[in-house]
Design a protein around this ligand. Structure first.
Ligand code: EPU
Length: 445
């Protein structure tokens, strides 16, 4: 019993101490079909919004990933009744919630814990949420979120003990100009949905998950128009109700499998997608010489010839997503010729290039620009996933490289990709999850 308890503890600690890793023997082209899960960045917003329902919310097509577990743990910690119906469906009854505090240990596990600020403020007129965690791309301030809350009448207390504290006697609709921030747009929507009067968000983010949250809130009885355009109008309502809702497919997971198909010279049907959400990714892959066929809810991606070099600039939706930047960099490292990537969303999203260089990529980074001299074959190496999408990119590189690549720090990857190992194996990849926890323990004993 004792040894099981220790193993259990080490399993938990292990994922944070690099005791779990992926072993990838590269070189197999991917063939077959893969089913894309629900969108991470939509579901984390939707789960926090269940706090606003005066009834049970049943959410379907949720991805079985660590960020969902964290969101559900936060809801549970606040006092909601959370029922896992199956691995992709959950029911949340937030009526019993009485707490408005999200503590450090939970908030630090992901970026999206900042959505509990908007949801709790909307529900209680007060919120106390620890600073969020998530991927490290340099400084990730939350000033735009706070500016949005203040425009609706909330006061922000000076930060104490790492906690952000918000208070409003009554939230009142207003006009809010945001500089295209996904998180701030979602947070202002959450805060405004039950505010008195009309809120107009100008220069709103247009990402598919922003639209999905608006659709979810509308299905609860909210009055939100214009999501997916620059201007979102929210007429506050007094009450929101329980609902049943299915989360949209994950645009970035789909793009990751598309890139993996191209990297390995394979032929893959990527199922359960909204092709419209993939347009900028599809356009780039076509420019790089891949073949992409679009159908109603799936795309077929294959590559027969060489990968062609090109330039990529990340932009807010409908531009090329920053969350696909590392995966596309792997393809450009394989392409003959010089490519330039300009990262225009985050200040420091090239940290993974050090890892990619270990695999033979020739990359020069200067601030927000990376110059890739392609055409050198990727070779296997031990590498670390420095963040979620960087980790996915290293998996793709490992699938394409000769030899056995070891990817460590995979907890980053498992925050956002459901069953990535199983899905890739079904496509013919030689990838396995190796857990050294027990081995380390037995050596220690
Ligand atoms: N920014 C500020 N102040 C703020 C908020 C943002 O200066 O108050 C800056 C950011 O530092 C960044 C830019 O504005 O330079 C845009 O950031 P945005 O707010 O749009 O990003 P986010 O809400 O922090 C979400 C996704 C990210 C995705 C970005 C951009 C979630 C939970 N996260 O982050 O997803 O990269 O939008 O599309 O939705 C991922 O899934 O791997 C991921 C990192």
């Amino acid at each position: 019993l004792k040894i099981h308890a220790i193993i259990g503890m080490l399993n938990f600690v292990g994922s944070w101490m690099s005791l779990e890793k992926y072993l990838i023997r590269g070189g197999n082209p991917l063939y077959g079909e893969v089913e894309v899960s629900g969108a991470k960045n939509a579901v984390v917003a939707i789960l926090s919004a269940t706090l606003l329902a005066n009834g049970v919310c049943r959410i379907e097509n949720i991805p079985n990933i660590a960020d969902v577990t964290t969101s559900l743990d936060i809801l549970d910690n606040l006092g909601a009744v959370v029922k896992r119906i199956n691995k992709n469906t959950v029911e949340v009854d937030s009526r019993p919630v009485a707490s408005h505090t999200v503590p450090h240990d939970l908030a630090r596990k992901m970026r999206a814990s900042y959505y509990f600020m908007g949801a709790l403020l909307s529900r209680f007129g007060t919120a106390k949420v620890a600073m969020p965690g998530g991927c490290n791309f340099g400084v990730r301030p939350i000033d735009k979120h706070l500016k949005g809350f203040m425009a609706l009448g909330a006061a922000v207390a000076p930060m104490e003990n790492g906690m952000i504290e918000l208070k409003a006697d009554r939230l009142v609709g207003n006009s809010v100009y945001l500089e295209a921030s996904v998180g701030a747009t979602v947070n202002v929507m959450l805060a405004a949905v039950k505010a008195r009067g009309v809120t107009v968000i100008e220069n709103a983010a247009k990402e598919p998950h922003v639209v999905d949250l608006a659709n979810f809130l509308n299905s609860m009885g909210a009055d939100i128009r214009g999501a997916g355009t620059d201007v979102i109008k929210i007429r506050g309502v007094d009450r929101l109700y329980g609902t049943t809702y299915s989360v949209i497919p994950d645009q970035i997971e789909a793009g990751t499998f598309m890139a993996a198909a191209v990297a390995t010279g394979g032929d893959v049907l990527v199922r359960n997608v909204i092709p419209k959400h993939l347009e900028s990714i599809t356009a780039k892959l076509l420019e790089m010489g891949a073949e992409v066929e679009e159908y109603d809810d799936y795309v077929r991606v294959c590559r027969r010839g060489p990968i062609l070099h090109c330039n990529v600039k990340t932009m807010p939706h409908p531009g090329f997503p920053t969350d696909m930047q590392p995966q596309i960099a792997v393809l450009l490292a394989m392409a003959e010729g010089t490519s330039i990537i300009t990262e225009s969303i985050f200040d420091n999203r090239f940290q993974y290039m050090d890892e990619l260089r270990r695999m033979g990529a020739d990359v020069l980074v200067d601030g927000k620009v990376a110059v890739i001299q392609g055409g050198k074959p990727l070779t296997a190496a031990p590498v670390k996933a420095v963040d979620l999408r960087a980790g996915a990119a290293l998996v793709i590189a490992g699938l394409a490289a000769k030899g056995t690549t070891e990817v460590e720090d995979i907890h980053h990857i498992e925050r956002g990709y459901e069953c990535i190992v199983d899905k890739l194996r079904r496509l013919g990849a030689d990838i396995e999850l190796v857990d050294q926890t027990e081995q380390v323990l037995r050596t220690a004993l």
